[in-house]
Design a protein around this ligand. Structure first.
Ligand SMILES: [Zn+2]
Length: 305
């Protein structure tokens, strides 16, 4: 006991010293628990009711929001893999007592947002037109993608075998390992990604029942296909992976030749800011309009330089 506690002290950063011992779990015990309880993975699916007709589900870094309208359900993003997203689909059906999926909108075309698209294959998939070539590029060399996923899975497996982990560390490692393992299964099975059937260049509005889904292309920034989605009747903005906490922008393409589009999109956001009540990021973090104001300011500084 004493030795194991010492080991924990070595591994746990100083800031975590205040944790009580019951928050430090033994990963071996957790492994056994997992092996004996097939429903454990479902227990990692978080469900947040944002409105009576909006549910935000997440599994680790996968975040899928479903919005129920009078004429069917709209889904925003689809997670990294079909296995997990299939479980999340059941959760949404249970929450809404409905399986009428009409549209799936991808915030951008990174695999952790479209990998599970085919789970909603009856829905029309909507996204920016650049997504088509982004998907083609990412899966051009399937063997390379499989090698990459295999490496990531084994790294998380090693992390899980570490003698002691905090509960938060264990949950992060097990959900990440599960996400990438599921994506690996999809890739190895030669599974075909479901691409967007409805694409647009600058902006698009879709109406379903009593709700409108206003979309605008941001310009190449975090990906080549970032869009913003706003539902005015619900006052909810979806920002994909463009914005992180405190309004920190995620700029993968700092040399973007589409900065004039960034400025146009910021203007679009500014017009809506007085109305916005909820901001949902691509990984399920809820931000405030203060974060968005800060993001707008930072993007303008970068865009104008
Ligand atoms: Zn992304």
């Amino acid at each position: 006991m004493k030795n194991s506690f010492k080991k924990v002290l070595k591994l746990v950063p100083l800031s975590l010293f205040l944790l009580t011992m019951d928050q430090v779990v033994n990963s071996q015990i957790q492994h056994e628990y997992l092996a004996n309880d097939i429903t454990t993975l479902d227990s990692f699916i978080n469900v947040k009711n944002i409105r009576s007709n909006v549910v935000l589900t997440s599994f680790g870094l996968d975040a899928i929001t479903a919005i129920k309208t009078q004429e069917g359900i709209v889904v925003i993003d689809a997670g990294i893999a079909t296995g997990i997203t299939q479980r999340i689909r059941h959760v949404i059906e249970y929450e809404f007592h409905s399986n009428g999926f009409k549209y799936l909108i991808n915030t951008h075309y990174h695999p952790d947002h479209y990998g599970g698209n085919s789970v909603f294959d009856e829905a029309e998939i909507v996204g920016h037109k650049n997504g088509l070539y982004e998907i083609a590029d990412q899966w051009e060399d399937t063997a390379k993608a499989i090698n990459r996923l295999t490496k990531i899975v084994s790294e998380y497996e090693l992390a899980l075998q570490a003698s002691e982990l905090t509960k938060a560390e264990w949950i992060e490692s097990i959900t990440q390992k599960t996400r990438y393992s599921s994506a690996l299964v999809d890739a190895q099975s030669g599974y075909k990604i479901l691409e967007p059937a409805i694409t647009f260049e600058d902006s698009l509005q879709i109406e379903l029942g009593e709700l409108k889904f206003e979309m605008i292309y941001f310009g190449k920034c975090h990906s080549n296909s970032d869009i913003l989605i706003y539902i005015p009747e619900l006052k909810i903005l979806f920002t994909g992976d463009l914005v992180f906490k405190y309004g920190r922008p995620s700029i993968v393409y700092p040399q973007s030749d589409e900065k004039e589009k960034w400025i146009r999109a910021i203007d679009w956001i500014e017009k809506r800011i007085p109305e916005i009540e909820t901001v949902i990021t691509g990984h399920g973090v809820i931000l405030t309009t203060e974060d968005i104001k800060s993001f707008n300011q930072k993007i303008m500084e970068i865009g104008l330089n």
